[in-house]
Design a protein around this ligand. Structure first.
Ligand code: MG
Length: 414
């Protein structure tokens, strides 16, 4: 009986891959207000509400995993079982996950899915489950647009396979659980690395069925993939808009390029740290202010608001409102970013300058960039932070406070 089948979904999130940008492993990077992993888990839960979810994580990432889990709804979280710890390779991580499932209470069917594919649709997940029931081992595949060449070590073509017979495979790959567990155990003894779980099933002599994948179920690897993902999450245009829907979702169509500037100053007061871009920097003083006085974040928030002509930070978060007392300024910047997202736009670039004699910003520059990039859901390559003194001139030169200037470039649909 279909309804009696026990299904587990193993989400592989053990990688350290940061090709998509500096800082965090890509599965923990924010994407329009939620981490990639949280989006992937929510998609899996939506496609298979009856399945249990287990995530394979790197041993250093427990806190990051917990943060992503906290972004899920209570129902989604209820489907999660204890995470398994990954190994040195993807293959080892999957095997650890399968062994953990075997210990929990082995499922009948397992779907193995990449954490960096947040766009698996319910229809795709249903196809994966059905294919595993029917064939034992199955993978989603999409036709190739490019002609593929096999080359030799000198770079010469050996063969041109018939493109019509080729498929690029995705995840979730689906298997009868005992079959893939046995295949993985055997593969662990083999002196080679396999690049996907289907190969491991093939090596164990199983016939692997290929069912239709989905082009929108792409894997987030490069900064361009993140830009495409943000486009995919952008609300569609109004119904009376005659433009092609696919067209407006590519950021080539965000042709209305705006620039906003922001400027802010906070005075020094008693204390031992200043906040710059949500990074705490030890100092002989703190900055005075109603919120956490993160002068850099305030300048950037105003620049983003300026680019979309949405007033300034004080208009959205009045200093007279006691609820913002001591508030982390990331709330302000997140709000500004959501306004850009709601317009179907994206932040293309931030360039900011911190003006002070002390503390020294340089040693914290990369941490600040990573922190701001995370808050804005951007690649750190789109966030520039500079620092300067004023040669002891003026209020910053007299060490009375810190000033910050920022420019935001925002792209909106035309
Ligand atoms: Mg301020």
């Amino acid at each position: 009986m279909v309804s009696r089948t026990k299904i587990s979904i193993l989400v592989v999130a053990g990688g350290r891959g940061s090709r998509a940008g500096e800082g965090l492993p890509k599965q923990y990077r924010p994407l329009c207000g939620k981490t990639v992993l949280a989006r992937t888990l929510a998609a899996m839960r939506a496609g298979a509400p009856e399945a249990t979810l287990k995530v394979v994580i790197h041993p250093d990432d427990y806190d990051l995993y917990a943060q992503s889990a906290a972004e899920l709804s209570a129902q989604e979280r209820a489907a999660l079982s204890q995470p398994a710890l990954g190994g040195a390779t993807r293959q080892e991580s999957v095997r650890n996950g399968l062994e953990a499932l075997a210990c929990d209470a082995a499922p009948d069917i397992v779907l193995i899915h990449d954490a960096a594919r947040p766009f698996a649709s319910p229809a795709l997940i249903a196809r994966a489950m059905q294919a595993a029931r029917q064939h034992g081992a199955a993978v989603p595949g999409v036709p190739l647009n490019d002609t593929v060449k096999e080359i030799d070590a000198s770079g010469f073509v050996v063969e041109t396979p018939d493109r019509a017979r080729l498929r690029a495979v995705q995840t979730p790959q689906s298997f009868r659980f005992p079959l893939i567990l046995r295949a993985h155990r055997a593969a662990a003894e083999a002196p080679r690395d396999y690049t996907d779980d289907a190969m491991i099933a093939e090596a164990a002599g199983c016939a692997v069925h290929v069912f239709p994948g989905d082009l929108s179920n792409f894997k987030l690897t490069t900064p361009e993939d993140f830009a495409r993902a943000m486009d995919q999450l952008t609300p569609p245009p109004p119904a009376d808009d005659e433009r092609n829907l696919t067209d407006v979702r590519t950021h080539k169509n965000l042709t209305d390029v705006r620039t906003g500037q922001g400027y802010d100053v906070h005075a020094f007061a008693e204390g031992d740290q200043v906040w710059l871009g949500s990074v705490s920097i030890p100092h002989s003083h703190s900055l005075a202010g109603h919120s956490d006085a993160d002068v850099l974040m305030h300048a950037i928030t105003d620049a983003v608001l300026g680019a979309i002509a949405e007033g300034d930070i004080g208009a959205h978060f009045p200093p007279s409102d006691p609820q913002w007392k001591g508030a982390p300024s990331s709330i302000f910047l997140e709000h500004a970013c959501k306004l850009v997202c709601a317009r179907g736009g994206m932040i293309a670039h931030i360039d900011a300058t911190v003006v002070c004699e002390a503390p020294k910003v340089g040693p914290h520059r990369d941490a600040i960039r990573a922190s701001l990039a995370k808050i804005m859901g951007l690649d750190a390559g789109r966030v520039a932070i500079k620092a300067t003194t004023t040669e002891k001139l003026g209020f910053t030169g007299r060490r009375e406070g810190i000033a910050a200037l920022a420019i935001a470039t925002v792209r909106l649909p035309d």
